[in-house]
Ligand binder design. Structure first.
Ligand code: F0G
Length: 465
């Protein structure tokens, strides 16, 4: 008998080991009741050490690798022409194939720079679920964001491989209805964060860009989680199974005209972003805004050391093993929730699980902020902090000032990259089960007592309804 027949297939494990740890503070329910009240029932207003497992975001909170930490030490902090800038420029050109780029301090800063060039009052910007800062930048300039996401994205129980896609029919309607001069760009977000960390297929990327180009409209890729999107294409789209993540990323960006990126997600750095484009003319026009809002064009809001860490991060996190570990951990949390029958946006997203708050708390009226209420309950239960993707985030209509109630009320549990273990995932699932078990008794939500005129979710103050 050969050795092979006796060999058991080894289970899966992460392709890294952990060199440094950070202590977690635990707390009692009584403490958490006081803290959340002091925070005016806004999870953003909690101190981070008042949480036990912090799933507010995966942005800027991932664990850097030893290669990234050592790259920090090589940062060139020169004001102009720093070596680190050229390292990052090479990485951007290699990975995305975009010849021109401007570093910014994070994603929304990249949006600010590019939209300062592109947008004017009354413009129309179609997209697949614009992220809140993207929509904020559009609406702040009195332009209109039109959501053209496929309808199936709103059915949390539909298992679709590419649930974040653009509906080409809806998009074409917009492109037909408004003159070209009114549509400065179309925003394609990969993965689609707002719809549940759901990917967009290569086919849909190709067809979206072809359609836009037919009407003379450039495509801007919002790229915060571009590498997860490439991973899903490799795993789910026919013809891509044998391609490397880097090859897939190059193909994703082959027809795009420009990109903005929050590098704090798939770049696995604490701070950073950039805007990149094919057109030298656009680059020249964007330069002045970068200098005004961010910094000189060779650092634009980033330290040299941060540019070094990002150059390494972009390279490492477009390798299959890293992405496989990341996405599998989110899927593991999904599988734990399945054991308890807890409804969430299916299938599990690339960076987060989005709990379906309307299904979990059916007894609450939408005016009492269902997903926010679920978020507070989960915090009270176990010190776990998620984030509301519901009607507080949806804000008021900029014209009528009425509350907007989106189809979905979701509580996002974002999993920071390489930060928590599967044991943390088990605790999260058990805490969700405890809240789910007592769902009938949760009949009272919250009302807003203070809100900012735009992007109110960050600073809103609430009290019990
Ligand atoms: N685009 C997408 C798709 C995002 O998810 C984010 C940020 C941004 C743009 C803005 O980038 O934060 O670096 O300025 N998302 C974070 C989140 C905040 O928690 O999902 P930023």
């Amino acid at each position: 008998m050969s050795d092979k027949t006796n060999t058991q297939e080894l289970p899966y494990c992460e392709p890294y080991k952990i060199k440094m740890t950070e202590a977690i503070r635990t707390s009692t329910r009584a403490e958490r009741e006081q803290w959340i009240k002091d925070a005016q029932y806004n999870l953003f207003k909690l101190r981070a050490d008042q949480t036990m497992i912090d799933l507010l975001t995966d942005s800027g909170v991932g664990s850097m690798s030893d290669r990234q930490w050592s790259a920090l030490m090589t940062g060139d902090e020169s004001y102009a022409g720093a070596k680190s800038y050229y390292h990052l420029r090479d990485a951007v050109q290699n990975i995305f194939g975009m010849p021109w780029f401007l570093p910014t301090h994070q994603g929304r800063a990249a949006e600010n720079v590019i939209f300062s060039v592109l947008l004017k009052e009354g413009d129309i910007v179609p997209g697949n679920s614009h992220f809140d800062t993207t929509k904020g930048h559009i609406e702040y300039r009195r332009a209109v964001a039109i959501d053209c996401t496929i309808d199936a994205a709103a059915d949390t129980q539909a298992e679709l491989p590419f649930k974040g896609e653009m509906d080409l029919g809806k998009l074409e309607e917009v492109l037909k209805k408004y003159p070209k001069e009114k549509i400065p760009c179309c925003v394609l977000t990969v993965t689609n964060n707002t719809a549940g960390g759901q990917p967009v297929s290569m086919k849909n990327i190709r067809e979206t860009t072809e359609l836009c180009h037919k009407y003379g409209i450039p495509v801007l890729m919002d790229s915060a989680r571009f590498a997860q999107n490439a991973y899903f294409i490799k795993m789910r789209e026919k013809g891509y199974e044998n391609k490397s993540i880097k090859e897939i990323v190059r193909e994703m960006y082959a027809a795009a005209d420009m990109m903005t990126i929050s590098a704090k997600k798939d770049g696995v750095v604490n701070m950073g972003g950039f805007v990149a484009m094919r057109s030298e003319d656009l680059f020249r026009r964007a330069m002045q805004f970068n200098i005004m809002y961010e910094g000189y064009i060779t650092y634009g809001g980033m330290s040299g050391r941060d540019m070094e860490a990002l150059a390494v991060g972009l390279d490492e996190n477009t390798e299959f093993d890293q992405l496989d570990a990341r996405v599998r951990q989110v899927a593991f949390l999904g599988a734990e929730l399945d054991k308890y029958g807890i409804p969430y946006q299916r299938p599990a997203g690339g960076h987060a699980i989005f709990l379906d708050a309307k299904k979990i708390l059916p007894n609450l009226p939408k005016e009492q902020f269902i997903a926010q209420t679920l978020g507070i309950e989960l915090y009270l239960e176990a010190g776990i902090r998620g984030v509301e993707i519901g009607s507080i985030l949806a804000d008021r209509d900029p014209v009528t000032r009425e509350n907007r109630y989106p189809r979905l009320e979701l509580l996002r549990l974002a999993i920071p990259c390489r930060t928590y273990t599967d044991n943390h995932m088990r605790v999260i699932a058990a805490a969700c089960k405890n809240v789910y078990d007592r769902r009938e008794s949760i009949t009272r939500g919250y009302k807003i007592t203070f809100e900012a005129p735009i992007m109110r979710h960050f600073t809103a103050e609430l009290e019990k309804a």
